[in-house]
Design a protein around this ligand. Structure first.
Ligand code: FAD
Length: 474
């Protein structure tokens, strides 16, 4: 419970309608979609301007209140959900949702934190530009959340992580002061690049209220292939050959196992197998080009045919379907993007968001799959994801008919086994989803004492009273 004077102070700042205290109104902010985290809060605050965010933080910081920033609530490590103490106040950024400016000539765009990623895609497209960050959650996740998690997704191979896509940030600090860095400069070597500290900080260092993001030319030609192959070893050879031939035109390279496709075909509406026969593994490969050839030929189609032709000859590829229309390309991507959500239809799933050097992916998968199958005979590994970035979502579904709770009770045990293998390949135990609450204790195991000390000192410098997202990350 918050003191009545605190509630009325917040109502003064954001208006009474934007201080939610009714359990029904607050419910959507208190659980994430997989139900792994549920919390309680005395209030959800919905500011509509950066000044309102600043006033809330100034009051909270001066009065020992704790604030949990929340964007689209699609985060996968529990950072955006309050704990069950009913003392952490949720600050939802959803009303800060204006596209402030699109600079088509300068290839940048100024957006408020609460814009959904989809709305940003749409605004960029209207200006004949591309904002390349692409996630399965883009209809709900917000750019402030993307920035705070340094989101990755399926276009990292060509365009980089969110960190690479941000030119400037407006941030409200824990004490309510505003750091106005909404610059669109491509070059600026004036001391420490402070904005980079907020990117991937998961709301622990400040609240992002707006950003200047990079835009790119929209691809004029694009081709997508759905490819069946024997194993990730062939997939790696195909990746190397495709990258060497296509360079920057290779804009997607996603790996999927048969069992993942089967789940998708079973549970995702409208899903159809693009290939006539079943193969143990699949790759979704996308090529994009900013230009068409002078004779109007599609340059990506010719290149795709060359790459696949050579791969067939080398025995790397068993079969492939080429999308013949935008709708078919979208249908191929739908299979890939649907692969996360369908896993819950198959019972318990123990998850790992890991990365290893790209060339180590096949050997990592061989070892990790063997290890989890030894630990839980009959379990169904569904490792899928961004092979071109070395980032695999190593999810493991329970054996058919097993007890879900008993299976999930072995979460930590399985994590330990998989993360030990990741460690042997000099990989990361959190490739793109962050640390949040889920991996906070793990962080202490994978970072050196010096790294941890420096991180704690940064936190203390930016948020000395630990007002923002306490217990997340550190
Ligand atoms: P939230 O979940 O609301 O918050 C995430 C974190 O950021 C929390 O710690 C929160 O406190 C903080 N935060 C939110 N907004 C702000 C702000 N304005 N200022 C400061 N802190 C803030 N992630 C990937 O990287 N790649 C993927 O391919 C991918 N695919 C996904 C597919 C599905 C189906 C789902 C459900 C999730 C996926 N995710 C993926 C995870 C998730 O969508 C991303 O982490 C996303 O960037 C989170 O954005 P959000 O707005 O939902 O943030």
């Amino acid at each position: 419970m918050l003191a009545p004077e605190t509630l009325s102070r917040f109502a003064e700042i954001v208006g009474e309608a934007n201080v939610l205290t009714d359990p029904q109104d607050m419910a959507p902010f208190l659980r994430e979609w997989r139900d792994l985290y549920q919390g309680e809060t005395p209030a959800v605050l919905r500011p509509g301007t950066r000044e309102e965010v600043a006033a809330i933080l100034a009051h909270a910081d001066a009065n020992g209140l704790k604030i949990i920033p929340q964007g689209g609530n699609t985060g996968l490590v529990g950072g955006q959900i309050p704990n069950d103490s009913a003392r952490e106040i949720v600050l939802s950024l959803g009303r800060l949702n204006r596209v402030r400016e699109v600079d088509a000539e300068g290839f940048s765009m100024t957006v408020e934190a609460g814009c959904t990623l989809q709305a940003i895609h749409d605004a960029a497209e209207e200006a004949d530009r591309l904002f390349p960050l692409t996630l399965g959650s883009q209809g709900s996740c917000q750019i402030g959340g993307n920035i705070s998690t340094n989101a990755g997704g399926t276009a990292v191979l060509a365009y980089g992580n969110t960190r690479d896509l941000v030119l400037g940030l407006e941030v409200v600090m824990a004490d309510g002061r505003v750091l106005d860095g909404l610059r669109s400069l491509r070059k600026d070597n004036t001391g420490y690049d402070l904005k980079q500290l907020f990117i991937g900080a998961e709301g622990t260092l400040g609240i992002v209220t707006a950003a200047v993001i990079k835009l790119f030319p929209r691809p004029r030609a694009q081709d997508v292939a759905f490819i069946g192959l024997e194993s990730p070893h062939e997939a790696l050879k195909l990746f190397a050959a495709a990258r060497a031939r296509a360079g920057g035109m290779l804009t997607g390279f996603e790996l999927m196992p048969r069992v993942g496709l089967e789940f998708t075909l079973r549970h995702l509406q409208g899903a159809r197998d693009p290939l006539a026969e079943a193969y143990p593994w699949y790759v979704l490969m996308e090529l994009s080009s900013g230009t068409e050839t002078e004779d109007g030929e599609n340059p990506t189609r010719a290149l795709m045919e060359t790459i696949l032709g050579e791969a067939f000859e080398a025995g790397l590829v068993a079969d492939a379907a080429l999308a013949e229309s935008n709708a078919q390309a979208a249908a191929f991507w739908h299979l890939r993007h649907g692969m996360s959500e369908v896993q819950r239809e198959e019972g318990g799933s123990i998850k790992h968001d890991v990365s290893v050097p790209v060339a180590s992916v096949p050997r990592f998968l061989d070892e990790a799959i063997a290890a989890v199958e030894k630990m839980v005979p009959g379990c169904r590994p569904v490792p899928f994801g961004h092979m071109g970035d070395g980032n695999i979502h190593f999810n493991v579904s329970q054996p058919v008919g097993a007890d879900k709770a008993a299976y999930l009770a072995r979460w930590d045990e399985m994590n330990e086994i998989v993360h030990a293998i990741v460690g042997r390949f000099a990989g990361s135990v959190s490739a793109e989803h962050g640390i949040g609450r889920l991996k906070r204790d793990l962080l202490a195991e994978v970072k050196s004492p010096l790294e941890l000390e420096l991180m704690k000192r940064v936190k203390a410098a930016f948020d000395p009273n630990c007002t923002l997202n306490p217990g997340r990350v550190l």
